[in-house]
Design a protein around this ligand. Structure first.
Ligand code: ADP
Ligand code: MN
Ligand code: MN
Ligand code: MN
Length: 351
């Protein structure tokens, strides 16, 4: 029998955004082939995570996604949902509020800022560096800060089997982005585990990972989590009508989307710095000042994906994709009732 370390990871009950928590369980078994069904439920003290009262404090961890842990021997990372003691979903568990559907593909662009003493890496001890401009996709010590940490995180994500598809230095000095692509809920599971690994990697450098959407006030870019999305209908069949139905429903439900896209997003969605203002909804081909950007390739023949630029960097990806799936469901339903598109799966419409 071998001893395996399983790092059970979950989201706590802090508001408005949850924090990542984790603890390790050693399990004796002959082999572990990545079969999540053999992993047991586990309990923790919910009164220490704002998820329970002290007198009735157990919360239950239910494994939902498992990854090899590249930093430890015989170890795995286990993304979990949180349940109440009676096995009903905990109120902080947004992952269980919608039905999974791998027909929905998501590409998250996770921006973040590396900081020390509350200032971005590369900023001088006093004052500010040169105005932004040279830092995006930069190379060289005068324009780029934090690369060693970022590269280590990149490798760790690849070794964990996360579907990380790229990285780049961002517009604010010390700000970076990584992209995660996935189908259905797996995209959001991967994103949370990538955030977990980023925090853990940064610990070794004594660096904080700042996910706030507007960490530096003034003429400095905020951080977002652009969410690219598509369905089979959009990718394979497409057509101007189906995209028009999508824009119409996204306009209609703008407030609901903003509600689920993270707090303090008004500080970032100002209409400046490649954003649309938070109280406006717009879409445009290749337009980085729009709420939704239509990639040029998508607009050519109306087949492909869209980029929702509104989600904040610290938004909960479960809430973001649940909302997008719901609004797409409405769009496909209205397109179908106009006889212009095949009816989308019932699940997507109901949610
Ligand atoms: P940007 O030009 O906005 O910086 P990025 O290259 O950073 O774009 O991110 C684009 C994202 O779109 C990637 O994560 C990619 O995986 C994702 N993507 C590409 N095709 C699709 C698709 N059909 N459906 C959903 N996401 C997609
Ligand atoms: Mn990007
Ligand atoms: Mn970006
Ligand atoms: Mn983008």
């Amino acid at each position: 029998m071998a001893k395996f370390k399983f790092e059970y990871i979950w989201l706590d009950g802090y508001k408005p955004e949850p924090n990542l928590r984790s603890k390790t369980k050693v399990i004796d078994m002959d082999f572990f082939h990545g079969d999540i069904k053999v992993l047991p439920l586990w309990a923790y003290d919910g009164s220490s995570t704002k998820q329970a009262e002290g007198r009735f404090s157990d919360c239950i961890l239910k494994p939902v996604s498992v990854y090899p842990d590249p930093a430890r021997n015989n170890a795995f990372l286990v993304m979990c949902e949180v349940l109440n003691p009676d096995m009903t979903p905990h109120e902080t568990n947004f992952r269980c509020t919608f039905q999974d559907d791998e027909d929905y593909w998501f590409g998250f662009e996770q921006e973040y800022v590396l900081t020390q003493d509350n200032m971005p890496l590369g900023f001088p001890k006093q004052g500010y560096p040169r105005p932004q401009g040279p830092y995006y996709c930069s190379v060289g010590v005068e324009n780029c800060a934090g690369r060693e940490l970022v590269e280590e995180h990149f490798d760790v994500c690849l070794d964990a089997g996360l579907n990380i598809t790229g990285i780049n230095a961002e517009v604010l000095l010390g700000q970076w982005e990584f992209q995660i692509f996935g189908k259905g809920k797996r995209a959001a599971d991967d994103l949370w585990v990538a955030r977990y690994l980023l925090h853990r990697t940064a610990e070794q450098y004594g660096v904080k990972v700042e996910f706030h959407p507007k960490p530096i006030k003034g003429d400095w870019n905020g951080s977002g989590m652009h969410t690219n999305f598509s369905t089979g209908e959009m990718r394979d069949k497409g057509g101007k009508e189906i995209f028009d139905a999508i824009f119409e429903k996204f306009a209609l439900y703008h407030a609901e989307h903003i509600h689920d896209y993270g707090s303090d997003n008004d500080l970032r969605l100002t209409g400046l710095h490649e954003t649309q203002a938070i109280d406006k909804f717009s879409y445009g081909v290749s337009d980085r000042g729009a709420s939704i950007r239509i990639p040029v390739a998508t607009a050519q023949d109306w087949v492909g994906y869209l980029e929702d630029r509104r989600p904040a960097s610290h938004a909960d990806p479960y809430r973001v994709i649940a909302r997008i799936m719901k609004t797409l469901g409405h769009a496909f339903e209205s397109a179908a009732s106009n006889g212009k598109a095949a009816k989308k799966s019932k699940a997507a419409v109901e949610n």
